[in-house]
Every structure is written in structure tokens, then in C-alpha cells.
Write a protein that binds this ligand. Structure first.
Ligand code: UGA
Length: 471
């Protein structure tokens, strides 16, 4: 391949669209491909079918500059590209923890027979270990180009809400390749980030595939670890925020990705740890990754804990209470509600008989689609109006910035449950709010603290006895 490779990107979700638009912004000619004709034409018209800060301007610049376009045609894509990135979704298989690879299979089976000249097919989708080896063998057997068509693996680590920055300036680029030609091609694609000093790690494809799933398993473990500590803090009256801060100062532990609260959700971490555990079991290594089931269970318990906190804050029952909910997206900066802890908690509270009014800066339309039964307010104040309890379930900056004094005049009772530790607890308490947050003092169930008080009384008694004996 001479000159700059021409690129195709199959699958135009968060990952594929960000990848296509960012590579076009680096000067490549890029063709995005999707089987969903409505999505492809929306993108061709410059409309992003989801919320992702900073991506739409890049999309439009690529379209206007003639470097970026979208199609549904696989033959056109095969003809156009020298490097084909596969970015299709790999959701959880219904009724099992395993990954549903049907979109990947359909993409591969549609593209491979059309590859007539030497090219590189690059997997970016998140797949369970062992997937790449199987596809790597099939590709030259199916493609008319034979061994000229090669499979490489180049996992993606972008976070929703930071897709552009994470694509253009990732922490590292991992290239899982079998040949010098494949490595050189990926170096050409990523020449600009490499020139900026981004580490380029060359591995075999099987390791590259593992880097992604291991990274997500580690991130999920870190979040569930601090949330497990939050459970313990509630038993002892300790403060999980101070704990996380103190732990984070240890450079071996690090502070980032260890925010306690409502736990992880979204289209990646939950399904990826389940798929990894399921594949490990299939490979005979189930015991080694057994702990991921606990990570999942700790995470699910956070949702139950926040429902319980809301019930306690509402005076012991949720029936007929008015609950204001701030946030339904799985995290701020995104309109994604896939496996959203916030939306699940809102729906569970509604199912317990409360009247729930929600507000989210970006995810309202998607949430309405799935939960038309909830009330949808037009603002923070609207969601808080006449509320017996106010819940903060997604840490959007506008919620942290809300004025507790103004909100105090809107609600029926000044009780707030800050499930994401987004608010300034002192400021809210100073305005008369009963402020509660999981893992923080003031939020422990009475029965548990009573047990601890007894234990502390026994310790004081023992200490007094010790001092008396010492003097
Ligand atoms: C995650 C990974 O962070 C990315 O590196 C990866 O590329 C991506 O999955 C993927 O596999 O495609 P993402 O799902 O966008 O990215 O979001 P994160 O920022 O990791 O947050 C995931 C969830 O964990 C959110 O619900 C968030 O609220 C929660 N979280 C995150 C915490 O509860 N505490 C934290 O400290 C961090």
C-alpha cells in the first residue's frame, strides 16, 4: 500500500463514529458503514444520533471537507478501503452472561468475501478472549485476496463523554499484529498521536484482545472495591469519601476511577465482566475469574442500597411519596441509559408506589422511550417541586451547581440522597437539608449503628479497664 491508507469504519455507534470522525480530522479519507440506513443518512446529513460532547463539529468538518462520508454498502466499502476497522457492538446475549457476537460475525461474513486486494482488517470491538484467533484463521480462507487480507487487533479504550479526547489522545495505542506490514500500517494510521508521544504497544492479536477485557475488568473491580468499603463504612460510621481520598494518595492504588456511589453501568463494564467470566468458564479458567461475579453483585447491591436510602429518607415508606430524581444517564456527559443505575433506581422507586419526577440534561428522550411511566420535568427545579425526597443519581455538573437555598423553597421536605457524592454536603446541611449519601456518616441504617455503638461501648469499657490496671 503506497501513500496514506484509505479507511473504512464498520459500525457507527459511539466508538465507530468517534473513530471515523477523528481519523478524518487527522486528514484521512474515511468511509463509515452501517447496516442501519436511517443512521447512515443522519450521519451523512451531519446529525449525531446520540449525545457526545465535541463530536458533532468534527463530524461536520469531515463531511464538509469531503474526507468523511457514510454508506450502507459493503461492496463500496471493500472497494474504497485499504484498512477496515470493525467497531460493531458486542452486547450481552439475552439470558446469559456471554457476549452476543452476531453483529461482529455478520460484519465479518459480509466484508471478507469482498476483499479482493491486500488490506488490513482491524478489530476494535470488545470481544471475549479467543475470538481473534478464530477470525484470524478464517479471513485468508474466505477473502479472495487470500493471505493478502490480514486481521489485526487494536482495542479501543474511549469513555463515553470523552470520546474525542480519548480517540485523539489515548493513554496508549495497542496494536495486536502478526506481521511487520500490519504494524507499519497501524503506525501510518496513528502517525500523529505517535508523533505526540502516545505510547504504541505492539503485541500479538490474542494479547491485544485481552488488554481490553482485562482493563475493563480491572476498572470494574476498582469501583466495586471502593463500594464494598462503602458498605463497611456504613457499619462503622467511617466516611468512604475520606477513605477513597486517603487510599488514592498511594501511587500504587491511585485516586482515579475509584469514586464510590451508585456503581457502574452503561453499555460496557457490566456486560464486559459478565462476558469475560462466561468465556473464562468455557476455557476452563472459571475459578480464576470467579471474583467477577462478586464484583457484579457488589455493584448491583449499590442500586438496592440507594432505593433503601430513599425509603429511609422518605420516612420508612415510598408509597404515595413524591420523589425528585436528578439524573437518569448512566454517567454525566452522556445520554446513554443502557444498564443505567440511575434509571433503574428511579424505576424501582416508582414501582414501590412513589410518584417520581426526573430531570436529566441529555438522556430524557431515551429514558421516556423505555420508561414512559415516569414523570419528566423540564428542569432541576421542576423535578424537585413538592418532593418529599430529592435524589441525585447522576453527577452532572449542573446538579452540583444547583443552589440548595433555592431548592429548599421548592421541595416539600428538605431531604436529599446524594448517591454520587456530587453535592457539597456542608453547604446543603448549612441550608437546613437532611443530607444523606451512601457510605458517609449520617446515612447508616439505625439497627446497624446500634450494633456498632454496643461494640464501641465494649471497647471503651475494655480501655477503661486497661487504664485502671495500668495506673
Ligand atoms: C468504559 C471504560 O472506562 C473505557 O476505557 C472503555 O473503553 C469503555 O468502557 C468501553 O469498553 O467501551 P464508559 O463505559 O464510557 O467507559 O464509562 P466509565 O467512565 O468507565 O464509567 C462506567 C461506569 O462506572 C459509569 O456508570 C460511572 O458512573 C461508573 N464509575 C466510574 C463509578 O461509579 N466510579 C468511578 O470512579 C468511575
Amino acid at each position: 500500500m503506497s501513500g496514506r491508507p484509505r479507511l473504512t469504519v464498520f459500525g457507527t455507534g459511539y466508538l465507530g463514529t468517534a473513530h471515523a470522525a477523528c481519523l478524518a480530522s487527522l486528514g484521512f479519507e474515511v468511509l463509515g458503514v452501517d447496516v442501519d440506513a436511517a443512521r447512515a443518512s443522519a450521519l451523512q446529513a451531519g446529525t449525531l444520533p446520540f449525545y457526545e460532547p465535541g463530536l458533532e463539529p468534527l463530524l461536520r468538518a469531515g463531511l464538509h471537507g469531503g474526507r468523511l462520508s457514510f454508506t450502507t454498502s459493503y461492496p463500496d466499502a471493500a472497494e474504497f478501503g485499504n484498512v477496515h476497522f470493525i467497531c460493531v457492538g458486542t452486547p450481552q446475549r439475552p439470558g446469559s452472561g456471554g457476549a452476543d457476537l452476531s453483529q461482529f460475525e455478520a460484519c465479518f461474513a459480509g466484508l471478507a468475501p469482498l476483499l479482493r486486494r491486500p488490506c488490513l482488517v482491524v478489530g476494535k470491538s470488545t470481544v471475549p478472549p479467543g475470538t481473534v484467533a478464530a477470525y484470524g484463521q478464517r479471513l485468508p480462507a474466505i477473502a479472495p485476496a487470500g493471505p493478502g487480507a490480514e486481521l489485526a487487533w487494536n482495542p479501543e479504550f474511549l469513555r463515553e463523554g470523552h470520546a474525542v479526547g480519548d480517540t485523539l489522545r489515548p493513554d496508549r495505542i495497542v496494536a495486536g499484529v502478526r506481521s511487520a506490514r500490519a504494524e507499519a500500517t497501524l503506525r501510518a494510521v496513528y502517525a500523529e498521536p505517535l508523533a505526540a508521544g502516545i505510547p504504541f504497544l505492539v503485541t500479538d492479536p490474542a494479547t491485544a484482545e485481552m488488554v481490553k477485557v482485562a482493563a475493563n475488568a480491572f476498572l470494574a473491580t476498582k469501583i466495586s472495591f471502593i463500594n464494598a468499603m462503602a458498605e463497611l463504612c456504613e457499619m462503622t460510621g467511617a466516611d468512604v469519601l475520606s477513605l477513597a481520598g486517603a487510599l488514592g494518595h498511594d501511587r500504587r492504588i491511585g485516586a482515579s476511577g475509584m469514586r464510590p456511589g451508585l456503581g457502574f453501568g452503561g453499555g460496557c463494564l457490566p456486560k464486559d465482566i459478565r462476558a469475560l467470566a462466561a468465556r473464562a468458564a468455557e476455557l476452563g479458567a472459571g475459578e480464576a475469574l470467579e471474583f467477577l461475579h462478586d464484583i457484579d453483585a457488589i455493584n448491583q447491591r449499590r442500586r438496592t442500597r440507594v432505593v433503601d436510602l430513599a425509603r429511609e429518607a422518605a420516612g420508612g415508606r415510598l408509597e404515595s411519596r413524591r420523589v425528585g430524581v436528578l439524573g437518569v444517564a448512566f454517567k454525566p456527559g452522556s445520554d446513554d441509559i443502557r444498564d443505567s443505575p440511575a434509571l433503574e433506581v428511579a424505576a424501582r422507586i416508582q414501582a414501590l408506589g412513589a410518584r417520581v419526577a426526573v430531570f436529566d440534561p441529555a438522556a430524557m428522550d431515551r429514558a421516556k422511550h423505555v420508561h414512559p411511566d415516569l414523570e419528566y420535568a423540564g428542569s432541576v427545579l421542576g423535578a424537585a417541586r413538592d418532593a418529599d425526597v430529592l435524589l441525585v443519581l447522576t453527577e452532572w455538573p449542573e446538579f452540583a451547581a444547583a443552589d440548595p437555598e433555592v431548592l429548599a423553597k421548592t421541595v416539600a421536605r428538605q431531604v436529599v440522597v446524594d448517591a454520587r457524592h456530587a453535592l457539597d454536603a456542608d453547604a446543603w446541611r448549612a441550608c437546613g437539608w437532611d443530607y444523606r449519601a451512601p457510605g458517609r456518616p449520617g446515612s447508616a441504617p439505625p439497627a446497624r449503628t446500634a450494633g456498632i455503638r454496643l461494640h464501641q461501648a465494649a471497647l471503651h469499657e475494655a480501655a477503661a479497664g486497661f487504664l485502671a490496671a495500668a495506673v
